[in-house]
Every structure is written in structure tokens, then in C-alpha cells.
Design a binder for this molecule. Structure first.
Ligand SMILES: Nc1ncnc2c1ncn2[C@@H]1O[C@H](COP(=O)(O)OP(=O)(O)O)[C@@H](O)[C@H]1O
Ligand SMILES: [Mg+2]
Length: 185
């Protein structure tokens, strides 16, 4: 685990709930910047911040695998191999949620994984096509579901949800890369 200060919040955090009740619900826009193959760019340096990556996927059953493997490769590319396992697991949970729970699950639906790295933190967002968000109850010992966001809260330094049921949810997490054990610079 990367450690962190997050506490388990089983539904969209307060801000998202407020937005869902009638706020502007603006979803951030990020210009996708491709990650170049290793031989085409020098080592990550202080003059290259922030780095960004974006991948849009059809919300097909195997898309969660694509999302998590892509996320692993990106953080490795960015020199944060020590975070690859945690990032892969979190992205897998959030991508699965987008595929299973959001409006992206409808035919032709898509979701997007966006990553950004600056000097202090890695931030990843999984953006879906919205829809109702049902507040879950905390999973019981026998429940097979209901632990995805708990895992996110345990592994990330921070996480949350922004957006609107009509325009799409952006479930995000951040990991502080200067913390011991993160491989940060
Ligand atoms: N992207 C999403 N869109 C809509 N609802 C979501 C989304 N992500 C999570 N949820 C809601 O939060 C609940 C808890 O998610 P999670 O902890 O991953 O458990 P599980 O997916 O096993 O139900 C889900 O059951 C669902 O109601
Ligand atoms: Mg889930």
C-alpha cells in the first residue's frame, strides 16, 4: 500500500452529491498528450512537468484489462514503477465500475482514463457517461461486491468523484509521489 489519508466514502463524495443535485456539474477537459516510446524521449526531468496521458475505450467486458495494463505501462514510463501495482488495481476497480454501473455500459458506450503527473503527485481519472449513482451500504463479510471503492480509499492518498449524472462522472484518485516507498523523486 502507498499509505494515505483517505477515509472510505462509499458513494460520491459530498461535492459530487451537491453537483448531482443541480450544480453546474462541469467535467474537466484535458488535452490528451501521448506517451512516446522510451527511445523517443529522454528521462523524465524537471523541465517536463506535468505529463499527461489519455485513453478512451469502448466499455466492453475486457476494457478494464486494457485500462489497467495501459495505466501500468504509463506509470512505468513515467519512472514510477513502484506504484504500478497499486495504480493497476485502482484503475481496474474504477474502470470496472464505469463498465458495469454507469451509462457507459449501454451499447456504444465509452469511458476514458486520464493520467497526470506533476512534481508531487500522480492523478488518474476514470470518466464515464454518467447515470444514476446508488449509494451503497458497506459490504458485509459475506458480500462478494461492494469493496472496489474501499480498495481505492485504502491505496490512494486522496480520491473523489466529480461530475453529473447527465454529463458523466469523473472518479479520480491521487497518489503523493514524494512519500517513502512510492519511488518518487
Ligand atoms: N462509475 C459509477 N457510476 C455509477 N455508480 C457507481 C460508479 N462507481 C461506483 N458506483 C456505485 O458505487 C457502488 C460501490 O462501488 P464498489 O465499491 O466498486 O462496489 P461494487 O462495484 O462491487 O458494487 C456501486 O455498487 C455503484 O452503486
Ligand atoms: Mg466496483
Amino acid at each position: 500500500m502507498s499509505g494515505g489519508t483517505s477515509e472510505y466514502v462509499p458513494a460520491p463524495p459530498v461535492g459530487a452529491a451537491r453537483v448531482a443535485g443541480g450544480g453546474t456539474g462541469a467535467v474537466k477537459s484535458w488535452a490528451p498528450v501521448p506517451v512516446l516510446p522510451p527511445h523517443e524521449h529522454p528521462a523524465v526531468g524537471a523541465d517536463q512537468w506535468p505529463l499527461r496521458d489519455s485513453l478512451e475505450l469502448g466499455a466492453l467486458p475486457r476494457a478494464a484489462s486494457c485500462a489497467r495494463l495501459h495505466a501500468r505501462l504509463v506509470v512505468q514510463e513515467w519512472g514510477l514503477a513502484a506504484l504500478a501495482d497499486d495504480v493497476e488495481l485502482i484503475v481496474s476497480e474504477l474502470a470496472t465500475n464505469a463498465i458495469v454501473h454507469s451509462r457507459s455500459r449501454q451499447p456504444g458506450g465509452t469511458f476514458t482514463v486520464r493520467a497526470q503527473l506533476d512534481r508531487d503527485r500522480l492523478r488518474v481519472e476514470v470518466c464515464d457517461q454518467g447515470g444514476a449513482w446508488h449509494t451503497p451500504t458497506r459490504a458485509n463479510a459475506d458480500d462478494q461486491n461492494g469493496r472496489g471503492l474501499l480498495i481505492v480509499s485504502q491505496l490512494a492518498s486522496r480520491w473523489g468523484c466529480e461530475g453529473h449524472s447527465q454529463t458523466g462522472w469523473s472518479v479520480w484518485f491521487e497518489i503523493d509521489i514524494r512519500a517513502p516507498g512510492t519511488g518518487g523523486r
